[in-house]
Every structure is written in structure tokens, then in C-alpha cells.
Design a protein around this ligand. Structure first.
Ligand SMILES: N[C@@H](CCC(=O)N[C@@H](CS)C(=O)NCC(=O)O)C(=O)O
Length: 303
């Protein structure tokens, strides 16, 4: 027999019904946009700019991975990496437009359309979704930030896929229950805090022996991990730095600051970002000069 009495920290007891039905909002942030079915909710085409790469995104950690990569490629001199970054406001359901769903049937940012994909029929752009797949697609297309030596390349892939599998415990676990849920619940917060601290320890131990995740070379694995775990230890995610005692992870702190100092990271992290200081919000990016001319402080005349 299970004890049905709710623990004192849980406001009301809950017994799941035999069959789950979608009959009410669950509460919390995002409740009004989440649905148990996929597909578009409205007809709307996506805008297309002048560059070969069209990015439809938002400056969350998953979105930042891709804009950091694109800025890194441009910094290396790859002119073919010029891109238009369009803002997809997931709070108002823009990820459910017919245009967005045709790029990503999973309705999540980031999504990329490559209008210069040489293997596609003329005029038929290549859609790419899932941030890890986009990083790998760009790394292969431009032959950059993916180590050539088999051992380092394999390490790069391992850490890239580690990030894709692990970050939901941070975002959907700690982030959701510590920051976004309608009320605080000890059980999920404890469970996910424990897991994320274990993950931070994994990363910290690896960085005690290695400069970057793939070894000596900065790669797409670093670009995938930094916006989540790097920003977390720098105190910029969910206001959870003190709660998770991030100061304990000294090697992570060293690496996080090193990546943060890169010019391309400083640029990429502010693209499509509707939060933070106005000077660090570049809502749309269509030209390299936008970083100097079109951040929100400039557009609103606040600088
Ligand atoms: N595994 C996906 C996750 C993408 C994801 O969760 N995107 C969130 C923002 S960070 C989103 O678009 N959420 C909108 C929604 O859930 O409706 C990736 O890495 O690309």
C-alpha cells in the first residue's frame, strides 16, 4: 500500500487518472503554448533574407549554440556563413506557424534553411533542425571546428552528443522546477539538482585534464556545452548559481571564462536575444554591422 498523504511541501495530492487527457492548463511558464499534438496552428510563411543561410531562432542556450558557431565561422573568414537570423517568439507560438513547421516538424528553435546547399535541386533549400545537427552540418559544410584527427574527432562527437542528451536535465529539470513551475516541489528539484551537480562534476573532471572538450582544439562540442553549463557556472542561468554551488567547479569556471572572452561568442550570444541589457539584445541579425548599429539600446535611442 502506498501512502497517499501528500508530503507537506506539495500543495495538493495527485492521483493520475487511468488515461491522461488534456483538459486544463498545467500552470507555470509556457503552459499556454504547450500542446500534446504536433503540427502547425496557423498559416504563415517565414521571411527570407539575402544571405545563403536563414536562421529561425531565439537567443536561448539552444539558439545561442548556432549563432556562436556562425559568428566563429565568419571570424575565420568563411563568407558563405553569412546569415539572416529571424526572431521566433516561442512565447506567442511562432514555432507553430506553417512556415516554421516546414523547417522543423518538432516546432522548436533553432531551425536553419540553407539556400546554398549544393546537393539540393535548384531553388530547393536544405532544412536542418536540432541544434546539435545544425552544428555538425555547419562544421562539415565549412570544414571547421570539427577536429580531423580521429581520436579528437570522436571525443568531439562524444561531448556534442553528451550535451544533447544531458541538457534536458538542466533545462527541463532544474530550470523548469527551480525557476518556472507554478510552485516549488522538493522532490523534482532535489532529483534534478543532484543530477546536474553530477554532470558538472563530470565536466569539471574532464576539463582538469583537457583545455577543451575535444582536447587541445576548440570545437563544436565547446559551442554546444558553453551556453548551458558554461553560462550556468558563470551565474547566468535560472539564478541557480548559488543554489548549485557553482564556485566548486574550478576547471569549469576556467573554461567558461575562456570561452566567454572570445569575440565570436560575445557576438553570437546576443543574437535573437530579447532579454538582458538592451546593449546585449540584437533581436534580428541581417548584417555584420548590426552588432554596432542595431542592438536595442541603439534602436531605442538609449545609448
Ligand atoms: N533538442 C532541441 C531542443 C530545442 C528546444 O527545446 N527549443 C526550445 C527553446 S530552447 C523551444 O523552441 N521551445 C518551444 C516549445 O517547446 O514550444 C535542440 O537542441 O535543438
Amino acid at each position: 500500500m502506498t501512502d497517499k498523504t501528500p508530503p507537506p511541501n506539495q500543495p495538493e495530492g495527485y492521483e493520475p487518472p487511468k488515461v491522461w487527457t488534456w483538459d486544463k492548463e498545467s500552470g507555470g511558464r509556457f503552459a499556454n503554448i504547450n500542446r500534446p499534438i504536433s503540427g502547425s496552428t496557423h498559416d504563415k510563411e517565414l521571411s527570407v533574407g539575402k544571405h545563403p543561410l536563414q536562421l529561425y531562432s531565439l537567443g536561448t542556450p539552444n539558439g545561442q549554440k548556432v549563432t556562436i558557431m556562425l559568428e566563429e565561422l565568419l571570424a575565420l573568414g568563411h563568407k558563405g556563413a553569412e546569415y539572416d537570423a529571424w526572431l521566433i517568439n516561442i512565447g506567442t507560438g511562432a514555432q507553430f506557424s506553417s512556415g516554421f513547421v516546414s523547417v522543423n516538424p518538432n516546432s522548436k528553435i533553432p531551425a536553419l534553411m540553407d539556400h546554398s546547399a549544393p546537393h539540393r535541386a535548384q531553388g530547393d533549400p536544405q532544412p536542418v533542425f536540432e541544434s546539435g545537427a545544425i552544428l555538425l552540418y555547419l562544421a562539415e559544410k565549412f570544414d571547421a571546428f570539427l577536429p580531423k584527427e580521429p581520436a579528437e574527432r570522436t571525443a568531439c562527437m562524444s561531448w556534442l552528443f553528451w550535451q544533447m542528451g544531458s541538457a534536458p536535465y538542466l533545462g527541463g529539470g532544474v530550470g523548469h522546477f527551480y525557476a518556472y513551475a507554478p510552485f516549488k516541489m522538493e522532490y523534482p528539484i532535489n532529483r534534478f539538482a543532484m543530477e546536474v551537480k553530477r554532470q558538472l562534476d563530470v565536466l569539471d573532471k574532464h576539463l582538469a585534464q583537457n583545455e577543451y572538450f575535444a582536447g587541445d582544439e576548440y570545437s563544436i562540442a565547446d559551442m554546444a556545452i558553453w551556453p548551458w553549463y558554461g553560462v550556468l557556472v558563470l551565474g547566468g542561468l535560472y539564478d541557480a548559481g548559488e543554489f548549485l554551488s557553482v564556485h566548486e567547479y574550478k576547471n569549469m569556471l576556467r573554461w567558461s571564462k575562456q570561452i566567454e572572452a572570445r569575440q565570436a561568442v560575445k557576438r553570437g550570444r546576443i543574437v535573437n536575444r530579447p532579454r538582458g541589457p538592451l546593449s546585449e539584445q540584437l533581436l534580428e541579425r541581417h548584417d555584420a554591422s548590426d552588432f554596432e548599429l542595431r542592438t536595442q539600446d541603439k534602436l531605442l535611442g538609449k545609448s
